[in-house]
Design a protein around this ligand. Structure first.
Ligand code: NAD
Ligand code: UD1
Length: 343
């Protein structure tokens, strides 16, 4: 049985991937400094998975903390075979205000993780990239061959992360890297015990809608209704976080079996507008989602959705859950944990 190290393991996607890996028979070790997650995630993971999570509390830029992970991997599970690197700061607006913090955390963290992997002779890496690397796409749906361009420091850290890793594997062919470009992860684990727990006012659409449904916010501000889309509101490729988590399991198997790198979109291929999502959430929750049209949000694009064919053809993965599942699972998490992990 293989052991996988997850950085940013208690975050939104990391925690769901932890469970997907356990379910698939992998051993897991996590590292997180809780800069954007709660230690209370660990008790929930134990409750769902029935195993005590093995987590090192630490910063991925700290070589000593990373060495502790690899040593734990050796003593507990016979060695770490691969790393999934989630740990990063991810708020676009904040990245414009604090670009240096984003470069330091996201790129410094990536380099430190790769150095630790090299020290311990581990060369299989899954990198959390983002559809943000496509910027405003020239055509839809977006394939992996589309031009890459970014418009903010957060996106720059993802594009530069990909470029650094591509150069690394060109110089040292023992590295095998999966570049996973996530579209818009939403939803929550079907248990309702873990989910997305944004701090403050949510930046992203579904967590905001969830709080409107819960009565915490009076209405949804729809950012723009004059986009070049069927109903004028922005269209995105929302993907259930559990499908996304299973995409990581498929990528790790691909790296182990094929011994080569791959770059894939993780999306459903189906775009939904802001209004379609709000309506679906209203159905799932049985609550009204009042909407107010507001100006466009700077930097937003009309539409963004994946061509997910390559992920299916290479690693046999495709999303199984639809928009209604995403809304029902998000609502179960929101309604049973009104204050997220804190209450
Ligand atoms: P998240 O903030 O919930 O999880 C990230 C985790 O990393 C958090 O638990 C945080 O505490 C931890 N972390 C951050 N910096 C760290 C450091 N220096 N040392 C140790 N731990 C650190 O975010 P998420 O949504 O789970 O995203 C996971 C990854 O996926 C990120 O790399 C993000 O950029 C990428 N991504 C996310 C989305 C999205 O919409 N959620 C979309 C595309 C890509
Ligand atoms: C945003 C980030 C992107 C990141 C992704 C992670 C920006 C500009 N882009 O993408 O880099 O990878 O999150 O999931 O921040 N909307 C509203 N009202 C709201 C919130 C959002 O109308 O209160 C609209 C947006 O205008 C957009 C859609 O909902 O059309 C989705 O927005 P969001 O969930 O923030 O995702 P993205 O903008 O696609």
């Amino acid at each position: 049985m293989a052991c996988i190290l997850l950085t940013g393991a208690t975050g939104y996607i990391g925690s769901h991937t932890w469970l997907a890996l356990q379910q698939a028979g992998f051993d897991v070790i996590g590292i997180d400094n809780f800069v954007n997650s709660s230690p209370k995630v660990l008790a929930r993971l134990a409750q769902i998975g029935g195993l005590e999570p093995v987590l090192v509390e630490g910063d991925v830029r700290d070589a000593v903390a990373l060495d502790r992970c690899f040593e734990l991997g050796r003593s507990r599970f016979g060695g770490i075979q691969a790393v999934v690197h989630f740990a990063a700061l991810k708020a676009v607006g904040e990245s414009v205000e604090r670009p240096l913090d984003y470069f330091e955390n996201n790129l410094g963290g990536l380099l430190a993780v790769c150095q630790a992997m090299k020290r311990h002779g581990v060369h299989n890496l899954v990198f959390s990239s983002s559809a943000t690397v496509y910027g405003k796409p020239d055509s839809l749906p977006i394939t992996e061959r589309a031009a890459l361009r970014v418009t903010n420091p957060y996106g720059q850290t993802k594009l530069m992360g990909e470029e650094i890793l591509r150069e690394l594997e060109r110089c040292d062919t023992s590295w095998h890297i999966a570049y996973l470009r996530y579209f818009n992860p939403v939803g929550a684990h079907a248990s309702g015990l873990i989910g997305e727990d944004p701090r403050g006012i949510p930046n992203n659409l579904m967590p905001y809608v969830a709080q409107v449904a819960a009565g915490k916010r009076p209405h949804l501000n729809v950012f723009g209704n004059d986009y070049d889309t069927p109903d004028g509101t922005g269209v995105r490729d929302y993907i259930h976080v559990c499908d996304l988590a299973e995409g990581h399991v498929a990528a790790l198997r691909y790296l182990a079996d094929q011994q080569q790198s791959l770059t894939v979109n993780l999306g459903t291929g189906q775009g939904y507008s802001v209004l379609e999502l709000a309506q679906a959430y209203g159905r799932a929750s049985g609550r009204d989602i009042p909407v107010v049209f507001a100006p466009r949000r700077p930097g937003d694009i009309d539409a963004c959705y994946a061509d997910p064919t390559h992920a299916w053809e290479t690693m046999g993965w495709r999303a199984a859950r639809g928009l209604d599942d995403m809304c029902v699972d998000s609502w179960r998490w929101q309604s049973t944990n009104p204050n997220g992990f804190e209450g």
